[in-house]
Design a binder for this molecule. Sequence first.
Ligand code: SAH
Length: 471
Amino acid sequence: MRTMDFLPIFMNIRGQRSLIVGGGEVAARKAALLLQAGAEINLVSPELLGNLKDMHAEGGIHFRQGTFEEGDLEGISLVIAATDDEAVNRRVSELARARRLPVNVVDNPDLCTFIFPSIIDRSPVQIAVSTGGSSPVLARLLRTRLEAAIPSAYGRLAAMVEQFRDEVKTRFSSVNARRKFWEEVLQGKIAELVFSGQDGAAEAELKRAVAEGIERDSGEVYLIGGGPGDPDLLTFRALRLMQQADVIVYDRLISKEVLELTRRDAHRIYVGKERDNHSVPQDQINQLLVDLAKEGKRVCRLKGGDPFVFGRGGEEIETLTANGVHFQVVPGITAALGSSSYAGIPLTHRDYSQAVVFVTGHLKDGSMNLNWKGLAQPNQTIVFYMGLKGLPVICEKLMEHGLPADLPIALVQQATTPRQRVFTGTLGDMPERIASEEVKPPTLIIVGNVVKLHDKLNWYRSELMIEKGEH
Ligand code: SAH
């Protein structure tokens, strides 16, 4: 087995004097880091550049103009060499090591007795990543992944836990009981409350838990927007909750790729609704969520797009509230936004459109009960959800209420997925144009002059076609 090249430790340098040799960009970054950790800083350099000038002006560092001398190491407990002169860096390192001072030479692990890790800062929680100096880029990439996976509120959670530490110690005398208690707190409802910004409620709940003990098996529901299809469009929070839920209740609109990102051993329940074929009626879905949560399950209710945009999310949480089930709602990229970006059709534009409305084009008994006059306004983009079947009615009604027959319109089928197709035409000719095309749901309809920009801004489709060798 390979031994460790470096021992990871966390050092208390508050109030101690550090020496930085060098006055450029790199020196500035190290200085900022040391200041954050509460160090006093001496800096030696022939000149100061950029940020360091400001830091010096603000009194953050003690600056000596000149070149490094051995005397600079007097009274110092940590040394950083950050000049672009290798000979100087080497000399700093040698003299520092001779005095048994910890020394870091930027970009030269051989001259270092310590190195800086990549840091994920959720103070008081700190995560440090190091490749032992072999690849700072790899460390940075790892850091990015961890940043995405670890909620930014971890620091606040840790700080809250700290406040209650003594109290919990008094309340639970055995180490085991305390460990169990904290595990429940840090993985359960209380942590989720902090992550979703409800610190006050979290604190109240924690107080209650300390006094009365934690109820083990109360479940909860995460109402999650799964976006329009491309799994890359999920939010960090959506992904995290999808991976911790015990049960996934999902719709027809959820793409295979998104579903694959849910926890592997989670129980998956399909409640998709086909047009004119309601496989599971809404009130049964509502009840299912309540029942699962009451069994103590963490339920992920995964919906296409955003749960609160034509998603009936409101009805679902109403039932949850009425039954006293805890829940949270995670927004998603709604189809209009996904379609717009991936089809190169901005929804507003200085020259073409100053407003955008989202409206349902669902046909009921062959017609649509909409405020057509309000919709048929100049300089406004109209986005129809669920409008594919009613397309002829939509075009006809908009023209009847004053929009010109040559106004552009686009259909975006299966937006953001590899199956995306975009059809463009005008109010006058669109129904006829697509008659032979077999356009499939889900399809979104965008009406307005912004559709003219599609040819110019259509990056996604052209990329795709190149990938598929169609160009
Ligand atoms: N809550 C969803 C909308 C549900 S209504 C959201 O915020 O996106 C269902 C309608 O959404 C479909 O009829 C279609 O018009 C539209 N839609 C959903 N996903 C789509 C996609 N990937 N491409 C095109 N339209 C989509």
